[in-house]
Design a protein around this ligand. Structure first.
Ligand code: SPV
Ligand code: MG
Length: 434
């Protein structure tokens, strides 16, 4: 006898495997089965980048015989969907191991508790076939074709692409795996920035285009070997146009999503020096030629060349910054990065507002290193699409390492610093083996 009770399950997956079928099979025993397909933007926050479109994912679930109805779940938390459906039961696998799963379980129990609904937990299907499918999905995300287009896809999926600096396999893993999960929010980084400053500093070299491309490509490769998220590469000035075209081809082939080149010429110094050191801005037409050469050389549809404007850094004024932005866009740039070294975000926001008055589309990229009180919500309001946290991981590591070195010298043993360090047990198990 089929009861008239309602059972709800949320699916955030690109493939239906035995585990999902077991769950639906079990659900059917309790009544009518409604499945919510988690929307793209929430899949992303939850570190499950969708390889299929929402409609394809809906169709996938509709094809399961015992599913009575499919809806789209717009939020990873269950409040809205439960208010709407008032299911008698929510059914879920018992794999609540990580922090985000624990928060979701708490949320489900709270919303069900309001009207006496019940959570049904069924044993998660752990078998070699299901595990292989999970691994294959990860592997697919790391493939150059898939990874490269992911930045453009993200720009269409979420209000702002949160990008963190990485300079090694280990920092890549931090960008890949760090998730924050608290009462009302689950989130993670969307993309990775390979900073010239941090890549050079990590190698003990100044940020003056001294570390050559071969070496920088090795950094990219180290990161790519252990991650799946899209990469934005800091291409400095891009060098001369005749060389830049080769860089574009190599980056595309590797699966990098975007290169950002800055409109400076000659000996490049880090922007955060501003006019404290001699730096020369390229002239508009010359830089446009480089952009055009790069766009002509590009083979894939997905790769982005983003033009970075140094007018505010070099105190050339807002009008110059805007003039350059429109010229670079017209030369084919797929996005504009505007940089500032002021502690207040005013000039950046003014630029964004004025640019957006004339151009609602072209992605804007910002790097709030010095004006770091600005929030992502404020940046979104001013039309920013990509925010880059350009150097924080390296800056976090250096004082910690220096402190450990000093402590050992001071006490002539390693005991005093030990409690501030990752435990031996944790360091030997930090990296998973295949
Ligand atoms: C970098 O991270 O290398 C950058 C950003 O180019 S900045 O250091 O602010 O110039
Ligand atoms: Mg740089």
């Amino acid at each position: 006898m089929v009861s008239n009770k309602l059972v709800y399950a949320c699916f955030c997956t690109d493939v239906i495997h035995e585990g999902h079928l077991n769950l639906i099979n079990e659900a059917k025993k309790y009544g009518k089965v409604v499945v919510g397909v988690l929307c793209d933007s929430e899949m992303v926050k939850y570190n499950r980048f969708p390889l299929k479109s929402t409609s394809e994912r809906v169709q996938l679930v509709k094809n399961i015989p015992d599913v009575d109805k499919v809806i789209i779940q717009e939020n990873i938390m269950y409040d809205d969907v439960v208010n709407e459906l008032h299911p008698d039961y929510i059914i879920h696998g018992d794999n609540w191991s990580d922090d985000s799963m624990k928060i979701i379980k708490k949320n489900i129990l709270e919303v069900l508790d309001e009207y006496g609904g019940t959570l049904i937990e069924i044993p998660y299907t752990f078998n070699p076939k299901v595990q292989k499918i999970d691994r294959q999905m990860k592997e697919k995300l790391a493939m150059p074709e898939i990874r490269r287009k992911r930045l453009k896809q993200l720009l269409n999926m979420i209000p702002i692409v949160k990008t963190i600096e990485v300079h090694s396999g280990l920092t890549g893993l931090i960008a890949e795996k760090t998730i924050i999960a608290d009462e009302n929010h689950i989130d993670q980084f969307d993309a990775m920035w390979i900073s010239s400053l941090c890549d050079s500093t990590e190698k003990g070299k100044p940020d003056i285009e001294l570390v050559d491309m071969t070496s920088r490509f090795r950094t990219i490769n180290d990161i790519m070997e252990v991650t799946t998220k899209p990469i934005i590469f800091d291409g400095d000035t891009g060098g001369i146009a005749e060389h830049f075209v080769y860089t574009v081809r190599s980056l595309e082939r590797m699966g990098v999503s975007a290169v950002i080149i800055e409109d400076k010429i000659g000996l490049k110094k880090n922007s955060l020096f501003g006019n404290e050191v001699k730096q020369t801005q390229d002239d508009i037409e010359h830089f446009c030629e480089k952009i055009r050469a790069g766009k002509n050389a590009q083979l894939s549809e997905d790769f982005m060349i983003i033009a970075r404007i140094e007018s505010l850094i070099l105190e050339q004024g807002m009008d110059d910054a805007l003039k350059r932005a429109f010229a670079f866009r017209d030369a084919g740039a797929d996005g504009i990065m505007i940089h500032s070294r002021r502690e207040e975000p005013n000039e950046i926001l003014e630029f964004c507002d004025k640019f957006r008055e004339q151009d609602p589309e072209t992605p804007i990229v910002v790097v709030p290193s010095s004006y770091n009180t600005i929030t992502e919500v404020e940046l979104i309001k001013h039309g920013v699409n990509i925010v880059i946290y350009a150097n924080q991981l390296l800056r976090a590591a250096f004082p910690a390492m220096q402190n450990a070195a000093k402590s050992i010298l001071k006490y002539q043993r390693a005991h005093e610093i030990d409690e501030e360090l990752l435990s031996i047990k944790d360091i030997i198990t930090l990296i998973d083996e295949i």
